[in-house]
Design a protein around this ligand. Structure first.
Ligand code: SF4
Length: 372
Protein backbone atom coordinates (compact mmCIF):
# COMPACT_ATOMS: atom_id res chain seq x y z
CA UNK A 1 0.00 0.00 0.00
CA UNK A 2 1.54 3.32 -1.09
CA UNK A 3 1.01 5.92 1.60
CA UNK A 4 1.16 9.67 1.13
CA UNK A 5 2.60 12.03 3.74
CA UNK A 6 -0.99 12.54 4.83
CA UNK A 7 -0.96 8.84 5.76
CA UNK A 8 -3.60 8.19 3.11
CA UNK A 9 -3.09 6.30 -0.12
CA UNK A 10 -3.68 8.01 -3.45
CA UNK A 11 -6.20 5.97 -5.45
CA UNK A 12 -4.84 7.52 -8.66
CA UNK A 13 -1.73 5.36 -8.14
CA UNK A 14 -3.60 2.13 -8.87
CA UNK A 15 -4.42 0.19 -11.99
CA UNK A 16 -7.81 -1.50 -11.81
CA UNK A 17 -6.15 -4.76 -10.67
CA UNK A 18 -4.20 -2.87 -8.03
CA UNK A 19 -7.32 -1.14 -6.79
CA UNK A 20 -9.17 -4.47 -6.59
CA UNK A 21 -6.36 -5.85 -4.42
CA UNK A 22 -6.54 -2.74 -2.24
CA UNK A 23 -10.29 -3.16 -1.79
CA UNK A 24 -9.87 -6.82 -0.86
CA UNK A 25 -7.23 -5.79 1.72
CA UNK A 26 -9.69 -3.39 3.32
CA UNK A 27 -12.44 -6.02 3.36
CA UNK A 28 -14.52 -4.73 0.45
CA UNK A 29 -15.70 -6.69 -2.59
CA UNK A 30 -13.74 -6.36 -5.83
CA UNK A 31 -16.60 -4.91 -7.85
CA UNK A 32 -16.58 -1.81 -5.63
CA UNK A 33 -13.06 -1.10 -6.86
CA UNK A 34 -14.28 -0.98 -10.45
CA UNK A 35 -17.06 1.44 -9.51
CA UNK A 36 -14.61 3.78 -7.80
CA UNK A 37 -12.02 3.40 -10.60
CA UNK A 38 -14.63 4.40 -13.18
CA UNK A 39 -15.78 7.33 -11.08
CA UNK A 40 -12.24 8.67 -10.86
CA UNK A 41 -11.09 8.20 -14.42
CA UNK A 42 -14.25 8.09 -16.54
CA UNK A 43 -16.19 10.74 -14.64
CA UNK A 44 -13.33 12.82 -13.31
CA UNK A 45 -14.30 12.48 -9.64
CA UNK A 46 -11.85 13.99 -7.17
CA UNK A 47 -13.97 13.34 -4.06
CA UNK A 48 -15.85 10.32 -2.78
CA UNK A 49 -18.93 12.51 -2.16
CA UNK A 50 -19.96 12.56 -5.82
CA UNK A 51 -19.93 8.76 -6.18
CA UNK A 52 -23.68 8.32 -6.14
CA UNK A 53 -23.73 4.51 -6.35
CA UNK A 54 -21.22 4.05 -3.50
CA UNK A 55 -22.69 3.58 -0.02
CA UNK A 56 -22.25 6.23 2.67
CA UNK A 57 -20.44 3.71 4.85
CA UNK A 58 -17.87 2.93 2.16
CA UNK A 59 -17.41 6.62 1.35
CA UNK A 60 -16.69 7.31 5.03
CA UNK A 61 -14.29 4.37 5.22
CA UNK A 62 -12.43 5.46 2.08
CA UNK A 63 -12.20 9.06 3.30
CA UNK A 64 -10.36 7.80 6.40
CA UNK A 65 -7.63 5.92 4.53
CA UNK A 66 -7.52 7.17 0.97
CA UNK A 67 -7.77 10.21 -1.24
CA UNK A 68 -7.87 11.18 -4.90
CA UNK A 69 -4.95 13.53 -4.96
CA UNK A 70 -4.59 15.59 -8.12
CA UNK A 71 -1.92 18.21 -8.82
CA UNK A 72 -2.49 21.89 -8.07
CA UNK A 73 -2.72 24.33 -10.96
CA UNK A 74 -0.04 27.01 -10.84
CA UNK A 75 -0.77 28.62 -14.18
CA UNK A 76 -2.48 28.04 -17.50
CA UNK A 77 -1.14 29.44 -20.77
CA UNK A 78 -3.22 29.42 -23.94
CA UNK A 79 -1.44 30.13 -27.21
CA UNK A 80 -2.99 31.85 -30.19
CA UNK A 81 -2.97 28.51 -32.09
CA UNK A 82 -4.97 26.74 -29.36
CA UNK A 83 -2.06 25.00 -27.62
CA UNK A 84 -2.59 24.95 -23.86
CA UNK A 85 0.16 24.53 -21.31
CA UNK A 86 -0.44 23.89 -17.65
CA UNK A 87 2.14 24.32 -14.94
CA UNK A 88 1.14 21.95 -12.17
CA UNK A 89 2.58 21.54 -8.70
CA UNK A 90 2.97 18.08 -7.27
CA UNK A 91 3.94 19.11 -3.74
CA UNK A 92 6.85 20.84 -2.04
CA UNK A 93 7.22 23.35 -4.85
CA UNK A 94 7.89 20.70 -7.49
CA UNK A 95 6.48 21.87 -10.80
CA UNK A 96 5.80 20.00 -13.99
CA UNK A 97 4.42 20.91 -17.40
CA UNK A 98 1.62 19.31 -19.38
CA UNK A 99 0.79 20.49 -22.89
CA UNK A 100 -2.34 20.00 -24.99
CA UNK A 101 -1.96 20.34 -28.75
CA UNK A 102 -5.22 20.44 -30.73
CA UNK A 103 -5.18 19.53 -34.39
CA UNK A 104 -7.92 19.01 -36.96
CA UNK A 105 -8.75 15.41 -36.22
CA UNK A 106 -6.96 14.76 -33.00
CA UNK A 107 -5.91 16.22 -29.69
CA UNK A 108 -2.52 15.28 -28.28
CA UNK A 109 -1.46 15.57 -24.67
CA UNK A 110 2.23 15.73 -23.85
CA UNK A 111 2.85 14.36 -20.35
CA UNK A 112 5.80 14.69 -17.96
CA UNK A 113 7.29 11.71 -16.14
CA UNK A 114 9.80 13.33 -13.77
CA UNK A 115 10.38 16.61 -11.97
CA UNK A 116 13.37 17.81 -13.99
CA UNK A 117 15.64 15.26 -15.63
CA UNK A 118 19.03 13.78 -14.81
CA UNK A 119 20.12 13.04 -18.36
CA UNK A 120 21.43 16.49 -19.22
CA UNK A 121 20.80 16.50 -22.96
CA UNK A 122 22.50 19.72 -23.90
CA UNK A 123 19.79 21.17 -26.12
CA UNK A 124 17.02 20.61 -23.58
CA UNK A 125 15.56 23.20 -21.26
CA UNK A 126 14.38 20.53 -18.80
CA UNK A 127 17.89 19.08 -18.61
CA UNK A 128 19.07 22.49 -17.37
CA UNK A 129 16.84 22.27 -14.33
CA UNK A 130 18.54 19.28 -12.76
CA UNK A 131 16.64 16.29 -11.38
CA UNK A 132 14.38 16.44 -8.36
CA UNK A 133 12.36 13.25 -8.26
CA UNK A 134 10.32 10.73 -10.17
CA UNK A 135 6.61 11.35 -10.48
CA UNK A 136 4.36 8.75 -8.89
CA UNK A 137 2.04 6.77 -11.18
CA UNK A 138 -0.82 8.91 -9.90
CA UNK A 139 1.02 12.12 -10.73
CA UNK A 140 1.68 10.86 -14.27
CA UNK A 141 -1.89 9.77 -14.98
CA UNK A 142 -3.39 12.75 -13.19
CA UNK A 143 -2.03 14.98 -15.96
CA UNK A 144 -4.48 13.27 -18.31
CA UNK A 145 -7.17 13.48 -15.61
CA UNK A 146 -6.37 17.17 -15.20
CA UNK A 147 -6.38 18.00 -18.91
CA UNK A 148 -9.79 16.39 -19.41
CA UNK A 149 -11.19 18.36 -16.48
CA UNK A 150 -9.64 21.57 -17.60
CA UNK A 151 -10.86 21.17 -21.16
CA UNK A 152 -14.34 20.55 -19.75
CA UNK A 153 -14.51 16.96 -20.83
CA UNK A 154 -14.90 13.50 -19.36
CA UNK A 155 -13.42 10.48 -21.15
CA UNK A 156 -16.81 8.76 -21.26
CA UNK A 157 -17.90 11.39 -23.78
CA UNK A 158 -16.36 11.50 -27.24
CA UNK A 159 -12.63 11.80 -26.70
CA UNK A 160 -11.09 15.24 -26.97
CA UNK A 161 -7.66 13.85 -26.10
CA UNK A 162 -7.10 11.13 -28.67
CA UNK A 163 -3.32 10.79 -28.36
CA UNK A 164 -0.89 10.88 -25.47
CA UNK A 165 2.86 11.26 -25.81
CA UNK A 166 5.21 10.58 -22.90
CA UNK A 167 7.47 13.31 -24.16
CA UNK A 168 7.30 16.03 -21.53
CA UNK A 169 9.76 16.66 -18.72
CA UNK A 170 11.92 13.69 -17.79
CA UNK A 171 13.04 10.38 -19.27
CA UNK A 172 10.03 8.05 -18.90
CA UNK A 173 12.08 4.85 -18.89
CA UNK A 174 14.10 6.18 -15.95
CA UNK A 175 10.84 6.09 -13.98
CA UNK A 176 9.85 2.75 -15.39
CA UNK A 177 7.43 1.20 -12.91
CA UNK A 178 5.39 4.34 -12.31
CA UNK A 179 5.19 5.21 -16.00
CA UNK A 180 4.11 1.69 -16.98
CA UNK A 181 1.44 1.69 -14.25
CA UNK A 182 0.17 5.07 -15.46
CA UNK A 183 0.12 3.91 -19.09
CA UNK A 184 -1.84 0.78 -18.14
CA UNK A 185 -4.47 3.05 -16.57
CA UNK A 186 -4.55 5.21 -19.71
CA UNK A 187 -5.15 2.11 -21.86
CA UNK A 188 -7.88 0.65 -19.62
CA UNK A 189 -11.36 0.81 -21.13
CA UNK A 190 -12.73 1.52 -17.65
CA UNK A 191 -10.60 4.67 -17.68
CA UNK A 192 -9.27 6.57 -20.71
CA UNK A 193 -9.43 3.72 -23.21
CA UNK A 194 -6.51 4.98 -25.27
CA UNK A 195 -5.31 2.88 -28.16
CA UNK A 196 -1.77 1.46 -27.81
CA UNK A 197 -1.06 2.95 -31.21
CA UNK A 198 -2.01 6.39 -29.95
CA UNK A 199 0.01 6.21 -26.76
CA UNK A 200 3.64 6.98 -27.53
CA UNK A 201 6.60 6.70 -25.21
CA UNK A 202 9.59 8.75 -26.21
CA UNK A 203 12.99 7.76 -24.86
CA UNK A 204 16.47 9.12 -25.24
CA UNK A 205 17.62 5.51 -25.59
CA UNK A 206 17.54 3.57 -22.31
CA UNK A 207 18.03 0.15 -23.84
CA UNK A 208 17.11 -2.04 -20.83
CA UNK A 209 13.85 -0.09 -20.49
CA UNK A 210 13.04 -0.52 -24.18
CA UNK A 211 13.47 -4.27 -23.81
CA UNK A 212 11.30 -4.41 -20.69
CA UNK A 213 8.59 -2.26 -22.23
CA UNK A 214 8.30 -4.68 -25.15
CA UNK A 215 7.07 -7.33 -22.71
CA UNK A 216 5.27 -5.25 -20.09
CA UNK A 217 3.31 -2.61 -22.01
CA UNK A 218 4.11 -2.29 -25.70
CA UNK A 219 3.01 1.11 -26.95
CA UNK A 220 4.23 3.19 -29.88
CA UNK A 221 7.92 4.01 -29.51
CA UNK A 222 9.72 7.21 -30.41
CA UNK A 223 13.46 7.53 -29.92
CA UNK A 224 15.22 10.86 -29.49
CA UNK A 225 18.06 10.09 -31.86
CA UNK A 226 19.28 13.62 -32.68
CA UNK A 227 22.59 12.52 -34.19
CA UNK A 228 23.86 10.16 -36.84
CA UNK A 229 27.10 9.07 -35.19
CA UNK A 230 28.33 8.34 -31.68
CA UNK A 231 30.74 11.25 -31.61
CA UNK A 232 28.05 13.90 -32.03
CA UNK A 233 25.40 11.99 -30.09
CA UNK A 234 27.60 11.49 -27.05
CA UNK A 235 28.30 15.23 -27.04
CA UNK A 236 24.66 16.26 -27.02
CA UNK A 237 23.13 13.22 -25.24
CA UNK A 238 25.55 11.96 -22.58
CA UNK A 239 23.50 8.74 -22.20
CA UNK A 240 24.85 7.68 -25.59
CA UNK A 241 28.20 6.87 -23.96
CA UNK A 242 26.42 4.09 -22.09
CA UNK A 243 24.04 3.01 -24.84
CA UNK A 244 25.67 3.77 -28.21
CA UNK A 245 23.82 3.99 -31.50
CA UNK A 246 24.50 0.48 -32.80
CA UNK A 247 23.11 -1.13 -29.64
CA UNK A 248 20.20 1.30 -29.64
CA UNK A 249 19.29 0.35 -33.21
CA UNK A 250 19.38 -3.33 -32.25
CA UNK A 251 17.01 -2.63 -29.31
CA UNK A 252 14.63 -0.75 -31.65
CA UNK A 253 14.59 -3.71 -34.04
CA UNK A 254 13.77 -6.06 -31.16
CA UNK A 255 10.98 -3.74 -30.02
CA UNK A 256 9.27 -3.92 -33.39
CA UNK A 257 8.32 -7.54 -32.77
CA UNK A 258 5.85 -6.36 -30.08
CA UNK A 259 5.12 -2.78 -31.11
CA UNK A 260 1.51 -1.84 -31.94
CA UNK A 261 2.96 0.12 -34.86
CA UNK A 262 5.16 -1.41 -37.50
CA UNK A 263 7.74 1.35 -37.35
CA UNK A 264 9.86 3.30 -34.88
CA UNK A 265 9.77 7.09 -34.95
CA UNK A 266 13.15 8.77 -34.72
CA UNK A 267 13.06 12.33 -33.41
CA UNK A 268 15.83 14.55 -34.71
CA UNK A 269 16.25 18.09 -33.44
CA UNK A 270 17.93 20.23 -36.08
CA UNK A 271 20.89 22.06 -34.55
CA UNK A 272 22.73 24.40 -36.83
CA UNK A 273 26.27 23.25 -37.59
CA UNK A 274 26.04 20.44 -35.04
CA UNK A 275 23.99 17.61 -36.60
CA UNK A 276 22.40 19.14 -39.69
CA UNK A 277 24.94 18.55 -42.46
CA UNK A 278 23.77 16.60 -45.47
CA UNK A 279 26.46 14.06 -44.62
CA UNK A 280 24.62 13.48 -41.34
CA UNK A 281 21.42 12.65 -43.26
CA UNK A 282 23.36 10.10 -45.33
CA UNK A 283 24.83 8.61 -42.13
CA UNK A 284 21.32 8.29 -40.71
CA UNK A 285 20.24 6.21 -43.69
CA UNK A 286 23.15 3.86 -43.03
CA UNK A 287 22.61 3.45 -39.31
CA UNK A 288 18.92 2.58 -39.55
CA UNK A 289 19.56 0.14 -42.41
CA UNK A 290 16.42 -1.83 -43.21
CA UNK A 291 14.57 -0.99 -40.01
CA UNK A 292 11.01 0.25 -40.67
CA UNK A 293 11.10 3.78 -39.30
CA UNK A 294 10.02 7.36 -39.76
CA UNK A 295 11.97 10.51 -39.10
CA UNK A 296 10.53 13.57 -37.44
CA UNK A 297 12.77 16.60 -37.92
CA UNK A 298 12.31 19.18 -35.17
CA UNK A 299 13.37 22.78 -35.69
CA UNK A 300 15.21 23.69 -32.49
CA UNK A 301 13.16 26.01 -30.31
CA UNK A 302 15.76 28.31 -28.72
CA UNK A 303 15.61 29.28 -25.06
CA UNK A 304 17.79 31.74 -23.15
CA UNK A 305 21.47 30.72 -23.06
CA UNK A 306 20.75 27.54 -24.99
CA UNK A 307 24.04 27.74 -26.84
CA UNK A 308 22.45 26.30 -29.99
CA UNK A 309 20.67 27.76 -32.99
CA UNK A 310 18.05 26.06 -35.11
CA UNK A 311 19.08 24.99 -38.60
CA UNK A 312 17.72 27.19 -41.36
CA UNK A 313 14.46 26.20 -43.04
CA UNK A 314 16.38 25.60 -46.24
CA UNK A 315 18.87 23.28 -44.51
CA UNK A 316 16.03 21.31 -42.89
CA UNK A 317 14.30 20.91 -46.26
CA UNK A 318 17.48 19.64 -47.89
CA UNK A 319 18.04 17.23 -45.00
CA UNK A 320 14.47 16.00 -45.37
CA UNK A 321 14.90 15.53 -49.12
CA UNK A 322 17.84 13.17 -48.67
CA UNK A 323 15.89 11.00 -46.24
CA UNK A 324 12.78 11.04 -48.42
CA UNK A 325 14.76 10.15 -51.52
CA UNK A 326 16.02 7.11 -49.63
CA UNK A 327 12.39 6.06 -49.07
CA UNK A 328 11.86 7.23 -45.48
CA UNK A 329 8.73 9.07 -44.42
CA UNK A 330 10.21 12.24 -43.00
CA UNK A 331 8.12 14.97 -41.44
CA UNK A 332 9.08 18.38 -40.13
CA UNK A 333 7.44 19.12 -36.82
CA UNK A 334 5.24 22.19 -36.92
CA UNK A 335 6.22 24.70 -34.31
CA UNK A 336 3.20 25.11 -32.03
CA UNK A 337 2.50 27.31 -29.05
CA UNK A 338 5.47 29.57 -29.74
CA UNK A 339 3.92 32.55 -27.99
CA UNK A 340 3.68 30.58 -24.71
CA UNK A 341 7.10 28.83 -24.81
CA UNK A 342 5.40 25.46 -25.24
CA UNK A 343 8.57 23.44 -25.84
CA UNK A 344 9.42 21.02 -23.05
CA UNK A 345 10.65 22.60 -19.84
CA UNK A 346 10.68 26.17 -21.10
CA UNK A 347 8.13 27.66 -18.76
CA UNK A 348 9.16 25.81 -15.63
CA UNK A 349 12.76 26.55 -16.59
CA UNK A 350 12.01 30.26 -16.51
CA UNK A 351 10.97 29.94 -12.90
CA UNK A 352 13.28 27.24 -11.81
CA UNK A 353 16.80 27.08 -13.28
CA UNK A 354 18.69 24.97 -10.77
CA UNK A 355 21.94 24.49 -12.61
CA UNK A 356 24.73 26.80 -13.59
CA UNK A 357 25.36 24.96 -16.81
CA UNK A 358 24.38 27.56 -19.35
CA UNK A 359 27.84 29.02 -19.70
CA UNK A 360 29.46 25.58 -19.84
CA UNK A 361 27.13 24.34 -22.59
CA UNK A 362 27.49 27.51 -24.54
CA UNK A 363 31.27 27.17 -24.53
CA UNK A 364 31.08 23.51 -25.64
CA UNK A 365 28.67 24.36 -28.44
CA UNK A 366 30.83 27.20 -29.68
CA UNK A 367 33.88 24.91 -29.65
CA UNK A 368 31.93 22.27 -31.62
CA UNK A 369 30.84 24.75 -34.23
CA UNK A 370 34.28 26.25 -34.65
CA UNK A 371 35.95 22.85 -34.96
CA UNK A 372 33.71 21.79 -37.90
S1 SF4 B 1 15.63 15.65 -23.80
FE1 SF4 B 1 14.40 14.34 -22.45
S2 SF4 B 1 15.93 12.89 -21.60
FE2 SF4 B 1 17.11 14.63 -22.42
S3 SF4 B 1 17.38 16.04 -20.67
FE3 SF4 B 1 15.50 16.67 -21.78
S4 SF4 B 1 13.84 15.64 -20.70
FE4 SF4 B 1 15.75 14.59 -20.14
Amino acid sequence: MKELKSGKVNLLDYTLNGLEEFFIQIGEPKFRAKQVFRWIHLNGASTFEVMSDVSKTLKAKLSEIAEIRVPQLISEHIASDGVVKWILEVGEGNKIETVYIPENERGTLCISSQVGCALECQFCSTGRQGFNRNLTAGEVVSQLWWANQSLGHTPKEEKIITNVVMMGMGEPLANYDNVVTAMKIMLDDNAYNLSKRKLTLSTSGMIPGIDRLKNDCPVSLAVSLHASNDEVRSEIIPLNKKYPIKELMAACSRYLSASPRDFITFEYVMLQNVNDKLQHARELIKIVGNMPCKFNLIPFNPFPNAGFESSSRDQILQFQKILRNAGFITTIRKTRGEDIDAACGQLVGKVNDKTKRQEKWRTIAIQQVSSK
